[in-house]
Each structure stands twice: as C-alpha cells, then as structure tokens.
Design a protein around this ligand. Structure first.
Ligand code: AR6
Length: 184
C-alpha cells in the first residue's frame, strides 16, 4: 500500500514510529487543556524533551491561556532535548459518541497546528493520531477527519514541504494508509 502522497507541492507521508524521534521542524503533541503534561504521546514528549518544554508551557499558560487551552486550539514551544525544533501542543476532542462536534474540533486541532507552523515559517511537521488514545476517538473515523483536514489546509496553503503522520502501531498505519488511498 502507498505511504506517500502529494497535495500541491507538499508531501504527505505515513510512517510507523515514535514521534519523539522525529527530526522535523515541529512535532505535534496531543495534549490536554491544562497543557502541563500527561500520558501517551504527551508523556513521552515531556519525558524525553526534558523540563524546558514544561517551563515554556507554564509561561504561555500564565499569560495567554490562564483557563487552559480550549479544544481545537494550538500553541508552540521549543522542543528541549528532542531532535525536532518545536513542539506544537494542541488539544483534540474527547470522543463522546460522535454527536458532540468531535469531527469539527478534530479538524480545528489539525488545521490550527498547521496554521501555527506556517506562521512560524516551518517547513516540516509530524502529527500523531490525535484523540485516538486516551480520548477514545475510533481510529477509523479519526483518520478520515485527520487526512481530510490536512488535505483541505494544504490545498489552500502550499508553503510546507512535508506533513508526516507518525502512527504508533502497524494496525493504525494500515488504517491510515487505506483511508489515504481514498482521499488523496
Ligand atoms: N509516538 C507516536 N504516537 C504515539 C506515541 C508516540 N511516542 N505514544 C502514543 N502514541 P494519546 P489522545 C499514539 O492517548 O487520545 C494524554 O494523557 C497512541 O497509540 O497520546 O489525544 C494527554 O495528556 C494513540 O494512537 O492522545 C491527554 O490527557 C495516539 O498516539 C490525553 O492523553 C494518541 O493517543 C490525550 O489523548
């Protein structure tokens, strides 16, 4: 199955891996609204990236988002000890059956992350499968929303070189790859 696609000038790639090993300009963190760390990808990023990331998050929390980061929004910090240059922290929706604006909020999480990357002049961005772990979004539904959101964004803005989806399991990679064949 194909794992590489093109939208305008931008490559969209699907790989299996650990997002903390990526050397992209930014990796995206599937955070929660406190953006003070947690489990899953969030835990892995803060563990491996070291305390600098949390320090920056605390400053942004104190100044810009004292009530926490709303679902669908994104912020950017450095990446501490990681090989990536930046971490974009976004909050995906908690799955509550599908009739609570989950899809719309998941689109916002992807597109606001990409918007921030473009605004900072970044060229390569890696995403995990947002919301499909602790937040319970079924991966078959989430991958459709994620790939459509990225495609829609890239059709309007062509300044990124590459968007990579880093899937943690072979099964998630297969689900994403099958859906990508339909979408791209
Ligand atoms: N690299 C790539 N993907 C990963 C990694 C990794 N190192 N680790 C896990 N995944 P989750 P969510 C996959 O739970 O559902 C946190 O506690 C994982 O298999 O990390 O958006 C936050 O603080 C799954 O497919 O994020 C929030 O409270 C996907 O990443 C909450 O979880 C997302 O799983 C956010 O939940």
């Amino acid at each position: 199955m194909r794992k590489e696609f093109k939208v305008g000038k931008t490559n969209v790639r699907l790989i299996r891996g650990d997002i903390t090993n990526m050397e992209t300009d930014a990796i995206v963190n599937a955070a929660n609204s406190s953006f003070m760390g947690g489990g899953g990808v969030d835990g892995a990023i803060h563990r491996k990236g070291g305390p600098k990331i949390l320090e920056e998050c605390k400053k942004i929390r104190a100044t810009e988002w004292p009530q926490g980061l709303p679902t669908g929004k994104a912020i950017i910090t450095g990446a501490g000890n990681l090989k990536a240059r930046h971490v974009i922290h976004t909050v995906g929706p908690v799955w509550r059956g599908g009739n609570h604006r989950e899809a719309e909020l998941l689109v916002q999480a992807y597109q606001n992350s990409l918007r921030l990357a473009v605004a900072k002049g970044l060229k390569t961005v890696a995403f995990p499968s947002i919301s499909t772990g602790a937040y319970g979004y079924p991966v078959e539904d989430a991958c459709h929303v994620a790939l459509e959101a990225v495609k829609e964004f890239l059709e309007k803005k062509d300044s990124l070189d590459e968007v990579v989806f880093v899937l943690f399991s072979e099964s998630a990679l297969e689900v994403y790859a099958a859906e990508a064949e339909e979408i791209f």
